[in-house]
Write a protein that binds this ligand. Structure first.
Ligand SMILES: Cc1cc2nc3c(=O)[nH]c(=O)nc-3n(C[C@H](O)[C@H](O)[C@H](O)COP(=O)(O)OP(=O)(O)OC[C@H]3O[C@@H](n4cnc5c(N)ncnc54)[C@H](O)[C@@H]3O)c2cc1C
Length: 423
């Protein structure tokens, strides 16, 4: 996808970016964070709230990465369902991943972040009887833990989504939506107000052990800090090559209309939930504060013409909302999702005092915010076993260089399975 053809809805409608100068000269801080997306900014905000001296550096600007480009769907949980999570990692892990939406909406309220928060729930909608059974088991597991969720039959799924293609699903009342770039910028401003120093346009190009701490080099400066958190997710570069090779960056793409005409707005997501469907190559959609329809699905690698990716998104609109198929979609943009082989987020100690959290598999609005809090607690001295999230060894993929081929093959396979399932 060519960057030149991107017109991001979130860029067009977010409050202005906070001022984040380029880092020049040498600085000292207690903690340094590389990457100013939800992970790095949540870590910075939690550390600043705890009175710690923190510096954040980003190659571009707060929210420039996936955090400013995503669907803004605030979703609880990870790929594994609660029973499996509990078996593998215990109760506290279920609580940690389930707490994401509470944390997001609480931070927004406490720090008065202007990002159009809506908390009317998240719909996961089934495209087949088989996926409906998965939804039913998932909902039952959360329900058994006292979480406010409920199953939907085809009629209710159709009423809430405004689409006739789903056979049912479940509604998770914990979920909601935000304007993601505005949320990222708001986290940055809140951290700054509490004393965090944030620098943009300052790519970290070297990390060196120095005494008991680390020296992070940027193009025009450096930060010395006892602890460094790397929070670069799908945009991880050769600053830490094994970390880069522990995830596969997969493109995702969105399009959005102008505000929908009243008659359409009354039928499409009338109660303001957001949706992820249960196709293997999922589609995710919502409306924004002004009533625009925002549709997302897998994107394309490289500089393929945007028109090629647009066709796929328009096809999704025609299938799901034929009533909106004639509308113009003036906004189109994309970003990279970090996918891990086990589809779980990962928390690592890369070296003494060098921490990282990444790999949200397209579920990072809530989960990266939680990971930021976990990283902040760890950096501030909590024992790893008290974090409510497992610390795992880094495992770079041996054939990472071929990961794009693997993604393409998997996409073709999943597309075929999706097509079969709809028959
Ligand atoms: C199109 C799209 C739609 C999505 N939709 C949803 C959704 O609806 N709901 C959901 O929960 N999740 C969604 N996600 C996933 C979610 O956006 C991410 O999981 C989350 O934003 C990751 O946040 P992060 O802070 O870890 O990384 P990012 O926000 O990607 O931030 C990484 C930052 O690191 C910086 N960086 C990289 N290298 C360096 C360096 N060497 N020096 C300095 N800075 C560096 C980059 O400039 C970037 O700003 C979506 C993702 C995409 C791409």
């Amino acid at each position: 996808m060519s960057e030149a053809t991107q017109v991001s809805l979130w860029e067009a409608t977010a409050a202005p970016a906070p001022i984040t100068p380029t880092l020049q000269g040498g600085l000292r801080a207690e903690m340094a964070i590389v990457g100013a997306g939800f992970t790095g900014l949540s870590a910075a905000l939690h550390l600043a709230e705890a009175g710690r001296d923190v510096v954040v550096i980003d190659a571009q600007a707060p929210g420039w990465g996936a955090s400013g480009r995503n669907g803004g769907q605030v979703i609880a949980g990870v790929k594994d369902d609660p029973d499996v999570l509990e078996q593998r990692h215990g109760n506290s892990m279920v609580a940690t991943v389930g707490s994401g939406p509470d944390l997001v909406f609480d931070l927004i309220e406490r720090h008065d972040i202007d990002c159009s928060p809506v908390r009317n729930g998240w719909l996961q909608l089934a495209v087949s009887e088989a996926t409906l059974r998965v939804a039913s088991a998932r909902a039952a597991q959360w329900q058994a833990r006292g979480v406010p969720v409920r199953m939907l039959d085809a009629q209710e799924a159709s009423r809430l989504s405004g689409s006739g293609v789903y056979v049912g699903g479940w509604l998770d009342h914990r979920g909601g939506t935000v304007q993601p770039l505005a949320y990222a910028r708001g986290l940055a401003s809140a951290a700054q107000r509490l004393g965090a120093r944030i620098f943009g346009g300052s790519p970290a190009i070297g990390l060196t052990r120095e005494g008991d701490g680390w020296r992070t080099e940027t193009l025009q400066g450096s930060v010395r800090a006892a602890t460094v958190i790397i929070a670069t997710n799908a945009y991880t570069d050769r600053l830490h090559d094994p970390l880069r090779r522990s995830v596969v960056a997969v493109p995702s793409y969105q399009i959005a209309t102008d505000p929908l005409p009243e008659a359409l707005r009354a039928t499409i997501l009338p109660e303001g939930q957001s949706v992820s469907d249960m196709r293997r190559l999922l589609r995710y959609f919502r409306t924004d504060a002004a009533g625009r329809l925002v549709m997302g699905a897998r994107g394309v690698y490289g500089d393929a013409p945007a028109a090629h990716a647009m066709r796929r998104q328009l096809q999704a609109v025609r299938e799901i909302y034929p009533q909106a198929a004639g509308l113009a979609f003036p906004y189109r943009w994309g970003g990279m999702v970090a996918v891990t082989p086990d589809h779980m987020p990962h928390l690592h100690a890369l070296a003494p005092g060098l921490l990282a959290g990444l790999g949200y598999n397209g579920r990072g609005v809530a989960m990266a915010t939680v990971m930021g809090r976990v990283l902040a607690q760890w950096a501030a001295g909590s024992a790893p076993e008290a974090l409510g999230f497992p610390v795992t060894p880094l495992s770079p993929m041996r054939l990472h260089a071929f990961s794009r081929l693997g993604v393409r093959a998997a996409v073709q396979y999943f597309a075929a399975r999706d097509a079969l399932e709809r028959r």
